[in-house]
Structures are given as C-alpha cells and as structure tokens.
Design a protein around this ligand. Structure first.
Ligand SMILES: [Zn+2]
Length: 153
C-alpha cells in the first residue's frame, strides 16, 4: 500500500490519496468484520483515477475472503476447521478448479511454480503452497501462504 502510494499515479504522476471503499466479504467471522469490510485503495489527486494495490484479504473480485478460499479449498484443513463459513459444494468445486487450472497460469502461479521445492510437485494447491512455507504456527503459515499469492514485484 505504502509503496503504491509512494510511486504516485501511474497515469499522470500526481500524488495518491487514501480512498478505501466498502466491501462485504462472504465468510467473514464477526470478530474480523471491522478489519475486513474495507478494500484499501488510492485515488489520484490529479486525474482522479483509482489505484488499488494487491491485497491478501481478497483474491481479486472474489466475494469470499482469501483466507476462506484457501482454507476451504484445502483438503487437509478444509474439513477439520470448526467455525469456518459454510461454502456450497458448487463454489468449492469452482475454487478447486481455479487452484488446479487457473492459478498456475497466473503471474503469481507461474512465479511460484518455478520456486517451490520439487518434492511438492505432485501435491495440489493450496496444500503445495502451505507446505512450502516455514512457520511455527498455523496463523503464520496461512499468512505467509497468502503473501505468496500476491503477484511478484
Ligand atoms: Zn493521475
């Protein structure tokens, strides 16, 4: 966010100001709603065009939080975690297709594909991501894995 703001507007070079906008993410626990009901964004002081930096809260325009998409798609964690939002099997199937077919072709997926250890080649996403990060706690593991989903800089 700060680096995007520091670069100024990519269209005219004028300073960028905070212009967050509301989102109503599905699958958001009540306790996290305060932190997750806005999408951080910037607006140009000159041409008024919006710059929205990449986010680990949301996967693009998806209505579910990124962490829910990752957790529920995970064959290891998805069924064992209590208190997670229910997701229809149609949505879950769509997400698994996205992880298997679409994600590896995205810039982040291609970048990661060449860097993950060969031992994980046969493991499906998102497990492959989760296994590739070193972390002491599940929270740290999911945070690190979500950061890997951001397009490479
Ligand atoms: Zn501008």
């Amino acid at each position: 966010m700060q680096s995007a703001q520091g670069n100024g507007c990519c269209h005219c070079g004028q300073p960028l100001h905070r212009a967050d906008y509301p989102r109503k993410p599905r699958g958001c626990p009540q306790a996290a709603r305060q932190d997750c009901n806005t999408r951080l964004s910037l607006c140009c002081a000159g041409c008024r065009r919006r710059t929205t930096p990449d986010s680990v809260r949301f996967l693009g325009r998806r209505v579910y939080l990124a962490i829910i998409t990752m957790l529920r798609s995970s064959r290891v964690h998805g069924s064992s975690m209590e208190g997670l939002a229910d997701v229809s099997w149609v949505t879950l199937k769509r997400w698994r297709v996205w992880w298997a077919d679409t994600f590896p072709a995205t810039p982040a997926g291609r970048w990661l594909g060449g860097r993950l250890p060969p031992a994980s080649q046969s493991v499906a996403y998102p497990e492959r991501l989760l296994q590739s990060v070193q972390a002491d706690t599940d929270t740290d593991r999911f945070t690190a894995a979500l950061r890997l989903l951001l397009p490479p800089v």
